[in-house]
Design a protein around this ligand. Structure first.
Ligand code: URA
Length: 209
């Protein structure tokens, strides 16, 4: 599983287990996802290049290091990806945000695009695509395919949960895209849900079921 980064920090694992519980309320599910996304952002941005910046402390001038947050774009796969956005933006507030709207055809489970809005100058930017669940991989593959048309500097994919089928599909289609996840679950069921999973992430974030 080269190119797969399993984020197994104890805080991440603890919060994920709380989220999986079927009795977790919409409120606590959303709050936990927000906290988890911030923790995952640390890992995802670990290799971001720093630039030297001259600053004045109250005592003298020094050269500090800073990330150019504006070069980073978080791309949310609607709608569940929006549950991750806020937590990521807490850690990188200067990042830009793009949205990709894809729905899963219930019969074929393939992704159909209905919305695509990105910041300008994408060829200068590093992209982090966010979606809580990497299940069949169809949405992730379609989103990355579309984003590659814009020639960005790099693309990473971040999810909360995935499974061997989702990883295999995304890696086959886009072997150059690293995957960051908090867990790799057992399998996909016949309806494209991850087992044991946490159910429908969008419904749990937005309280729509
Ligand atoms: N999408 C979800 O929300 N949950 C799954 O288990 C799979 C895809």
């Amino acid at each position: 599983m080269s190119n797969v980064h399993l984020i197994n920090h104890p805080l991440v694992q603890h919060k994920l287990t709380l989220m999986r519980k079927k009795e977790a309320s919409t409120n606590s599910f959303r709050r936990l996802l927000n906290e988890l996304a911030s923790l995952m952002a640390y890992e995802v941005t670990r290799d971001m290049p720093l630039q030297d910046v001259e600053i004045d402390t109250p005592l003298e001038t020094m050269t500090g290091k800073m990330i150019d947050g504006k070069k980073l774009v978080f791309v949310s796969i609607l709608r569940a990806g929006n549950g991750i956005l806020e937590g990521m933006l807490n850690v990188v507030p200067g990042a830009r945000v793009g949205h990709v709207g894809l729905y899963r055809d219930p019969k074929t489970l393939t992704a159909v695009e209905y919305y695509f809005k990105m910041p300008h100058d994408m060829q200068e930017r590093d992209i982090v695509v966010v979606d809580p669940m990497l299940a069949t991989g169809n949405s992730a593959i379609a989103a990355v395919e579309r984003l590659k048309e814009l020639n960005p500097k790099s693309i990473k994919f971040v999810c909360l949960l995935t499974c061997p089928e989702g990883i295999a599909a995304l890696q086959k289609a886009h072997p150059d895209v690293p995957i960051y996840t908090a867990a790799i679950d057992r399998q996909l069921n016949d309806h494209g849900y991850i087992l044991p999973g946490l159910g429908d992430a969008g419904d749990r974030i937005f309280g729509t079921k």
